[in-house]
Design a protein around this ligand. Structure first.
Ligand SMILES: Cc1cc2nc3c(=O)[nH]c(=O)nc-3n(C[C@H](O)[C@H](O)[C@H](O)COP(=O)(O)O)c2cc1C
Length: 840
């Protein structure tokens, strides 16, 4: 039977990547100097692991030889060079292989693992390998002799207790094990096979031996946390060290785990690659693999330096694409996608029409993500734009998150501890919706989050300005400080209050003339005059007052002058819940300019980031925000319709069916008298109309008694479902506990009493919705905005149509991955038409 591999034999180009042992200072420096894409690759890796890999690779840093650093350095150098060669010469490999660590490079090159993930993975892999066996306890040695497999050397080494770590070539095997077993093997091999060359290797641990088993469980768990990003179907073009053959789609994670303690079957890998490849290129330091291939009679072109690569690829033309392997459903070939990034000075080699993609299909379900549908990328192409690179790198680093994405607070615990925990476990930031909850419930929620998440995991709590009860804001700050909450989303502020300033300054330290806050603050707002207060240092007046009262220390007071109130501003355009109905296109640039002015004026050492919120429910909207310069995005409405949200299933059922026009404005209960408005769900409910009616009655009447009998009856029967007297009794009892002055005032002032009674309706309608009282659905108050309608449209007909599948972290990935793909498609389209114009 002719297999698919047989049919492809000898027609494709292969690239192979060496692994550890080949590193040397300065590796890749020439690629880095010559090609911007190589520099960007290094930057991306530095961001991913928070280490200066440029220094490690190029500046004789001794840590280059510590495996924890060696591994990300080699991977980065190899990918930087590979990307440069693809971009500059249209290198069009469709077969990939790598030796040990190099297998990760191969998987990245094939598009199976995102680069940033791979850098993190190999860093952890290196660190774990280092820790697995105490220094000096293990050893490795290379055995060199002709026809090594039949020489008897392996049997002798195994009998001595050593294990075969690498089957490198017909003439070389590497053994690994305890130092004693390697010593014993050395003695016995010298006696039995005098022709054998025994070369001890300078390694810090016995790699690829059973001594590495102890780290498998931990590494597997770490790998699995990235699995959602993998595209295992693309690994079929990569050889597996563990099996010797090409990957099978399901085995990606398992093989990578087993590879650590298993033999590297590189000899079999070379045979498998050789059977498919016409030309084989080696990219990486030192080109050790070339010599291994030579033992099989295959020649390999080494591309260790730019000069080698230029000489080798000057006349390069990619092999004709195999329609079923490298050509995608939308006509973009892998190399072609990269060729779209050809620098201006280079000749354009590919047909221009081949690089123009069709419109993306935004909802096609990929095999790589279990439940989350993603816009499709051409198979065989690799990401030009990575979801994890969108937004600002310092945002991701400071908040310790994988994505520049935030799930905003939702009142009354709708942004529940479960929601925050799920996001935190996924390495994503969410804010607990503390607004409208008692201090006891806030404390309980925070404690639940703290006990579920490890220290350093991203999470925060909403600090909501409370215009009616400023003391509540103060007590909330006391609680946040007492419980050690290190990050808040401050919202609903029109002016800065002592409470929010105190939160910001507590724990702030001065070193030299630099101030370091202990508490991070994201200010969510939609007005420039409010933003100006948050990009400025805390007002001196408030700082002085806090200091005089002993609420902040001398150092905290002095630090105030050098700190902006907020680390992050979130410009909120028209959104669910409280909204100024701002327009994102106007708001975001205005806030960014304001930030720039403040940075120039105050010269803060760290840049204040500006993010975007409001209306983001599709990859396209997220992409637009990043295109405008958002450092991060924040969502709200879509997260209310997830299994983790703290509201009823009935509300979620209703919301999952919402369209963009199913939202309306209604009065806000918490600022009822001021006429503030919120955006709520209106389909099939009377709440918006009834809320508006109550506000209108409040405006027209001096007291409840002034309202006509018929209207009062209607309120009691349809709105309140109880008598006005009962509502007042309940309200009065509440305020006698919470704020007795309100009762006193209401008993003297009929209009105030009316306001308190009407506000009861706003509290109660929200409770009814959260409880899911089916019999009283028409009185549900459900905050939300059109972002949810647009999201519902995009996911129609996919698994995400059901809210039960919409896990909050998966929505984050859906939007961010989708945004990356939208940007990539647009970029390819615009840049390819620009190239076409230049060529024409
Ligand atoms: C149900 C719901 C409740 C909300 N409650 C709060 C809140 O208590 N505090 C807050 O700062 N923002 C609140 N928001 C706003 C969100 O955090 C977020 O800023 C906003 O929803 C983003 O706009 P979008 O709805 O268009 O995605 C709420 C939003 C919704 C949908």
């Amino acid at each position: 039977m002719t297999t698919r591999a047989d049919m492809l034999a000898g027609t494709q180009d292969a690239v192979v990547f060496p692994g550890q042992g080949s590193q040397r200072p300065g590796m890749g420096a020439d690629f880095y100097k010559q090609w911007p894409i190589a520099r960007r690759t290094f930057e991306e890796a530095c961001d991913a692991v928070g280490e200066n890999l440029v220094q490690l690779c190029f500046e004789k840093d001794p840590r280059l030889h510590l495996t924890e650093f060696t591994q990300p350095c080699i991977l980065t150098m190899e990918i930087a060079a590979y990307r440069a060669l693809v971009e500059a010469f249209g290198l069009g490999a469709t077969v990939f292989g790598g030796h040990s660590l190099g297998e990760y490079t191969a998987l990245v090159a094939a598009g199976a693992i995102p680069f940033a993930d791979a850098v993190r993975l190999v860093r952890r892999r290196g660190a774990l390998m280092q820790q697995a066996v105490p220094q000096g306890k293990g050893a490795m040695a290379a055995l060199l002799v002709d026809d090594i497999e039949n020489s008897g050397a392996l049997r002798i080494a195994k009998a001595a207790g050593a294990e075969v770590a690498n089957h490198n070539s017909l003439a070389q095997v590497v053994i690994s094990g305890t130092a004693e077993s390697i010593d014993r093997a050395k003695r016995e091999l010298a006696e039995a096979l005098p022709a054998l060359n025994f070369i001890p290797l300078q390694v810090s641990a016995p790699f690829h031996s059973s001594l590495m088993r102890s780290i498998e469980v931990e590494f597997r768990a770490y790998l699995e946390s990235f699995e959602r990003n993998f595209r295992p179907e693309l690994a079929a073009r990569v050889t597996s060290n563990f099996t010797g053959g090409f990957y099978e789609a399901r085995s990606l994670t398992a093989n990578l785990v087993q590879q650590i303690a298993g033999s590297v079957r590189w000899l079999d890998n070379m045979r498998a690659i050789g059977a498919r490849a016409r030309r084989i290129y080696e990219i990486g330091p030192g080109a050790p693999l070339m010599k291994f291939f030579q033992t099989l009679g295959r020649s390999v072109t080494p591309m260790t330096k730019v000069a080698d690569a230029e000489a080798a690829l000057r006349e390069y033309s990619p092999p004709r694409a195999e329609p079923s392997t490298s050509r995608s459903s939308n006509g973009v070939t892998g190399p072609a996608a990269w060729n779209a990034a050809v620098p201006e000075s280079r000749p354009v080699r590919m047909s221009i029409t081949a690089v123009v993609p069709e419109s993306p299909s935004p909802v096609a379900a990929p095999a790589s993500v279990r439940t989350v549908p993603q816009p499709e990328r051409a198979s065989g192409t690799r990401a030009l734009i990575d979801a994890e690179r969108l937004g600002d790198a310092s945002f991701r680093a400071d908040h310790n998150v994988r994505l520049a994405y935030v799930a905003g607070a939702m009142v009354k615990g709708i942004a529940s501890p479960e929601l925050v925990i799920r996001m935190g476990r996924a390495g994503l930031l969410a804010f607990f919706g503390s607004g409208g909850l008692s201090l006891e419930r806030i404390e309980e929620g925070i404690r639940r989050i703290q006990s579920a998440l490890p220290p350093g995991a991203p999470w925060g709590v909403n600090l909501l300005h409370n215009i009616n009860h400023p003391e509540m804001e103060d007590r909330t700050v006391d609680l946040l400080l007492r419980l050690g909450v290190r990050c808040v989303e401050a919202s609903a502020y029109t002016v800065l209050t002592p409470a929010v300033v105190r939160y910001r300054l507590k724990g702030a330290r001065l070193s030299g003339d630099r101030a370091r806050p202990a508490n991070r603050l994201m200010a969510k707002l939609s007005r420039p005059e409010v933003a100006r207060q948050f990009v400025s240092p805390p007002p001196e007046r408030i700082v002085r007052m806090l200091h005089e009262k002993g609420l902040i220390s001398d150092e905290e007071a002095r630090a105030a002058a050098r700190l902006p109130m907020a680390d992050d501003l979130c410009a909120e355009a028209d959104s669910g819940g409280h909204t100024d109905k701002g327009v994102a296109f106007s708001l975001l640039p205005a806030m960014m300019h304001l930030r720039d002015e403040a940075m120039a004026e105050h010269r803060y050492p760290a840049r204040i980031r500006v993010g975007a919120a409001g209306g983001i429910g599709t990859p396209e909207a997220a992409a637009a925000a990043f295109t405008m310069g958002a450092d991060f995005i924040l969502t709200g409405s879509i997260n209310q319709c997830t299994p983790e949200a703290g509201t009823s299933d009935l509300v979620k059922d209703m919301l999952a069916d919402a369209d963009i026009q199913d939202f309306a404005m209604a009065p806000a209960g918490d600022m009822f008298e001021l006429g503030a408005r919120i955006q709520v769900f209106r389909k099939g409910v009377f709440f918006p109309a009834r809320g508006n009616k109550l506000y209108e009655l409040y405006q027209r009447h001096e007291s409840l008694d002034a309202i006509d009998e018929k209207t009062r009856e209607q309120l009691e029967k349809q709105y309140f479902k109880r008598s006005i007297a009962e509502v007042w009794a309940e309200t009065r009892a509440y305020y006698l506990r919470a704020d007795p002055a309100q009762v006193e005032r209401a008993e003297k002032n009929g209009r105030h009493k009316m306001a308190l009674v009407f506000r009861w309706y706003f509290v109660d309608t929200m409770r009814r919705a959260q409880r899911g009282d089916a019999a009283d659905k028409v009185n549900f108050q459900v905050h939300g905005g059109p972002a949810l309608g647009s999201f519902n449209r995009v996911v129609k007909g996919t698994p995400l149509e059901s809210w039960r599948n919409r896990h909050v972290d998966e929505l984050a990935w859906f939007l961010m991955r989708g945004a990356a793909r939208v940007l990539e498609e647009r970029w390819l389209r615009f840049s390819s038409s620009a190239v076409a114009e230049r060529v024409a």
